[in-house]
Design a protein around this ligand. Structure first.
Ligand code: ATP
Ligand code: MG
Length: 138
């Protein structure tokens, strides 16, 4: 198991002012920040980032949402990071997420679910490299 995962604080959570509290919870949860930046995805960036979902019914809405405002991109380190982080953030749909998880606390609905979490070690590396150059990783 790898020790790196990638997360984004999504536009709804940034707009609502939850950035600081979400980062604080990640750190308190044992995830170490290895790289971080606030930025905004263009429509093309969002299409490229979520290319695996291009056939899904919600793809266009997802792209529109993810490019609707600033996001915070973060590369995190912890043992078994991908699996541990997905447990930590909870189910995709905040209504189904366990109590105390990030999506339960800060998610609005299945689309505006506050944070992203990589689904494999391979994607954690691909997604981190999408946002960070080598000299932006610590
Ligand atoms: P993420 O990849 O953001 O960590 P996830 O792995 O839990 O989330 P995916 O199936 O990869 O879920 O879906 C990617 C994103 O697409 C979700 O986080 C959510 O923002 C959006 N999404 C997923 N399912 C739906 C849906 N049924 N309707 C609208 N948006 C959805
Ligand atoms: Mg996913």
């Amino acid at each position: 198991m790898g020790n790196i995962t990638f997360t984004m604080i999504k536009p709804n959570a940034v707009k609502s002012g939850y950035t600081g509290e979400i980062i604080q919870r990640m750190v308190a949860g044992g995830f170490k920040v290895r790289a971080m930046k606030m930025t905004e995805l263009s429509v093309k960036d969002a299409q490229r980032f979520y290319a695996v979902h291009s056939e899904r019914s919600f793809f266009n809405e997802l792209v529109e949402f993810m490019s609707s405002g600033p996001i915070v991109a973060i590369m995190l380190e912890k043992e078994n990071a991908v699996e541990n982080f997905r447990k930590f953030i909870g189910a995709t749909d905040p209504a189904k997420a366990d109590e105390g998880t990030i999506r339960k606390l800060f998610g609005e609905n299945v689309q505006s679910n506050a944070v992203h979490g990589s689904d494999s070690d391979e994607n954690a590396v691909i997604e981190s490299n999408f946002f960070f150059s080598e000299r932006e990783k610590f």
